[in-house]
Design a protein around this ligand. Structure first.
Ligand SMILES: [Zn+2]
Length: 275
């Protein structure tokens, strides 16, 4: 029994080191569940979330989410192609949905499945603020941060999902999947991103929003609003996994000119007015 567990852990570790390359840092990252297994699970979980919630359609807010999402997706494609990662998004099936809910939350699952909750819109405040959140969440997905969270959780929780075991047939594995990708509505169950993942997502997100034509100066302003909101009585999901602090705001302020320079490489020299 004990030996079995040890053997399973070893198998996990071996699979873990076979991992993926992070297109933004060039570093090998731990992700022992490959896209071929991850994406179908993500797509199924996404559809489940949509079926269980009220999806807003036909409103100007819903249209804005789609519009921003499409622009961020195009920016990601352009950025990755320009940096030698052509075809990286081949298996992505982008979708951008607005969910009617008081939850202050937004996430992007592997494969480009994005959800915004209406509860986060007052903090986003405007379309550029939405672009900042979207850029950040898409950045986590592109850099496989969720996969790394999930891999770590597997090892920590001793789940031995190896080989071709389908995620969707394993309740515990599916639970970890939902915790890792922010799909659960229970704050206590959510796994926070590490500080280095947050810094990385902030930077990539800033580039993406700028390439998409949104003024990156707004990102720091957004996190100022997040910070003010997190001071309120109960901390919402998004803020519990995305603590907003002065160093984050300073970092975004310092990086905004770099993001504008990056956008310039793609012919973007002016930004939509923030409104
Ligand atoms: Zn984040």
């Amino acid at each position: 029994m004990k030996l079995n567990k040890i053997v399973s852990s070893l198998v996990i570790v071996v699979v873990a080191v076979s991992c993926a390359t992070n297109p933004f840092t060039g570093k090998k990252t731990m992700a022992f569940v490959g896209n071929d297994q991850l994406f179908p699970t993500a797509f199924a979980q996404y559809n489940e979330v949509l079926a269980e919630n009220k999806v807003v359609t036909g409103t100007s807010d819903a249209e804005m989410i789609t519009r921003v999402g499409q622009r961020i997706a195009v920016a990601a494609e352009r950025y990755l192609t320009a940096n030698g990662f052509e075809g990286y998004l081949e298996d992505y099936a982008w979708e951008y949905k607005l969910i009617e809910s008081d939850q202050v939350n937004a996430w992007c699952m592997p494969g480009g499945k994005i959800a915004f909750y209406t509860g986060i819109l007052p903090i986003a405040d405007n379309e550029t603020g939405v672009a900042a959140i979207m850029g950040h969440e898409v950045a986590h997905a592109l850099a496989n941060h969720g996969q790394q969270r999930m891999s770590a959780a597997y090892i920590q929780q001793g789940v031995s999902v190896v080989g071709n075991v389908a995620l969707s047939n394993d309740d515990q594995a599916l639970g970890i999947f939902n915790q890792s990708f922010g799909v659960v509505s229970n704050v206590a169950g959510m796994l926070p991103f590490s500080r280095s993942h947050e810094t990385e997502a902030d930077k990539i997100g800033l580039y993406l929003m700028a390439i998409a034509g949104y003024n990156p100066d707004e990102a720091a302003e957004l996190w100022v609003r997040m910070k003010a909101h997190s001071g309120e009585s109960s901390t919402p999901e998004f803020l519990s996994t995305h603590p907003s602090n002065d160093s984050r705001i300073e970092n975004l302020t310092a990086l905004a000119p770099k993001a504008k320079e990056e956008a310039q490489k793609f012919g973007v020299t002016s930004f939509r007015p923030i409104n």
